[in-house]
Design a protein around this ligand. Structure first.
Ligand SMILES: Cc1cc2nc3c(=O)[nH]c(=O)nc-3n(C[C@H](O)[C@H](O)[C@H](O)COP(=O)(O)OP(=O)(O)OC[C@H]3O[C@@H](n4cnc5c(N)ncnc54)[C@H](O)[C@@H]3O)c2cc1C
Length: 432
């Protein structure tokens, strides 16, 4: 599809947020006379790569209960204001009407009953085509220039497929996670070129952590177990914690609990190298209870106690690390060391697996620079923003897509309403 020279609304980025914005702008446009043209452009050769890989190919579309506290980045009040405009019930109804029934799993996550992300992507593409949105790709946007309002209100957008002028633009280019999908951070640079401040730093979120070379956890690769991770500041103050499944990998740690705490650890560590991340290998068993079980072990050694709670491989290596006898009597100081190691073992994190592996981006355009009722930029009128390009990132569980749907809906409908309002004589108000 060739790139037209003009359109009324241009959506940059046809990922989750951009497609949702396109569909809702297209639906609103269908009711408007004279016609409004909506075009979406994307870098990618194949649209929707990130949707296809999401949730291990099953696409965790949303979560049955979504609150601002499931997110980090901008303030909870600002995030809540956008989320409540398009709640989970509306997402479920949207996909059902588009032919994709969602099912709720025990964890609260919602997946398509097909267990196939392809059905989600196909529905989004079908809906956007049905409402007359033109999707042009590959067409990487290189620059966006705001035209002088006196000359011709709107934007001149240079893409690798040509130049297009548009009265309004929605920036839905994602953040920096999974750059091979097209979300390479260029959208953040486009926002900055239009006057937006980006949060500093911008870091990977939902990313596996790398432990020091030779650390024993790296030798336990493949082991999965429930844990609690706790982040403490230099003063020892508890900053946050995450509980859930943890996977030992040949490079360090992954799994939901680790992914959830990763952005908090990386951000805190960026500000102060003295923060500490500790793991509790037995979150269901209080340290005092473990201590008394070890005391009662009388001549049976630490291993017999630990392996009744933990996998043998881990139990053995924890005893060795604590210099605790595997069998026989346990001296008091060895018992104390073992209890500390099991319940609050410091993790020598030396890095993370980076944006190539991260599922989200911590940081972006702060919500304080956006009018939350419309997602229109306070800095650059006529520009709206949606999705991961904004400084909002959710925990594991479908929360990032929920943010994309809600912010995409607000941006799409409001950009269209803005176009209509500009066409009306000054004494008329647009229909609600
Ligand atoms: C492996 C993986 C699994 C995930 N699983 C889940 C999950 O199950 N549930 C969940 O809620 N979240 C999940 N996420 C997170 C979720 O996919 C993202 O938060 C969400 O896709 C963000 O939507 P977006 O539209 O803002 O950005 P993106 O999905 O990143 O889309 C941005 C689009 O903009 C395009 N683009 C970028 N720059 C330009 C440019 N300069 N010009 C033109 N086009 C451009 C890109 O090609 C891309 O298509 C996962 C992420 C990853 C990486």
């Amino acid at each position: 599809m060739p790139l037209p020279a003009h359109c009324d609304l241009l959506i940059v980025g046809a990922g989750a947020a951009g497609l949702f914005a396109s569909i809702h702008a297209g639906r609103a446009a269908a009711t408007v006379e004279p016609a409004v043209s909506v075009v979406a452009v994307d870098t990618a050769r194949k649209i929707g790569a990130k949707i296809l890989v999401a949730g291990g190919g099953r696409c965790n579309v949303t979560h049955h209960q979504v609150a601002a506290s499931d997110y980090a980045g901008s303030t909870p009040a600002a995030i809540r204001k956008v989320l409540k405009r398009y709640g989970v019930d509306k997402v479920v109804a949207f996909f059902a009407a588009a032919g994709v029934e969602l099912k709720r799993e025990d964890t609260g996550k919602l997946f398509p009953v097909s267990d196939s992300a392809r059905t989600v992507l196909s529905a989004l593409l079908r809906e956007s085509a049905e409402v007359g949105v033109t999707v042009v790709h590959p067409a990487r946007v290189q620059s966006i220039t705001r035209l002088e309002p006196s000359e011709n209100p709107g934007f001149r957008v240079e893409t690798e497929a040509g130049v297009i002028c548009s009265e309004r633009v929605i920036l839905a280019t994602g953040g920096r996670s999974l750059p091979k999908s097209g979300s390479d951070g260029s959208g953040l640079r486009l926002a900055a070129s239009l006057g937006h401040q980006l949060t500093e730093p911008i870091l990977p979120a939902l990313v596996p952590l790398v432990l020091a070379d030779g650390h024993f956890i790296r030798g336990l690769s493949g082991l999965t177990l429930p844990t609690r991770l706790t982040l403490t500041g230099a003063s020892g103050k508890r900053l946050c914690s995450a509980e859930g499944s943890t996977l030992c990998t040949h490079q360090g740690l992954s799994g939901p609990a680790v992914l959830d705490i990763s952005r908090h650890y990386l951000l805190a560590n960026h500000a102060d190298r003295h923060v500490r991340l500790c793991i509790d290998w037995l979150p269901m068993l209080p340290a005092e209870e473990l201590e008394s079980q070890l005391q009662d072990a009388r001549g049976r050694g630490g291993l017999s106690v630990l392996r009744s709670h933990l996998p043998e491989r881990l139990a053995r290596v924890l005893c060795e690390e604590a210099a605790c006898p595997l069998t026989g009597d346990i001296p008091k100081d060895a018992r104390r060391r073992l209890v500390r190691l099991v319940s609050a073992m410091p993790l020598p994190v030396v890095g993370d697996r980076g944006f190539a592996v991260a599922e989200a981006t911590a940081g972006g355009v702060p919500l304080s620079e956006v009018r939350l009722e419309t997602m229109e930029s306070r800095i650059c009128p006529g520009l709206h923003l949606a999705g991961e390009v904004l400084d909002v990132d959710g925990r594991i569980g479908g929360f990032n897509f929920q943010w994309a749907w809600a912010s995409g809906f607000v941006a799409g409908t409001s950009a269209l309403a803005g176009l209509v309002a500009n066409r009306l004589p000054a004494n008329e108000t647009p229909p609600v």
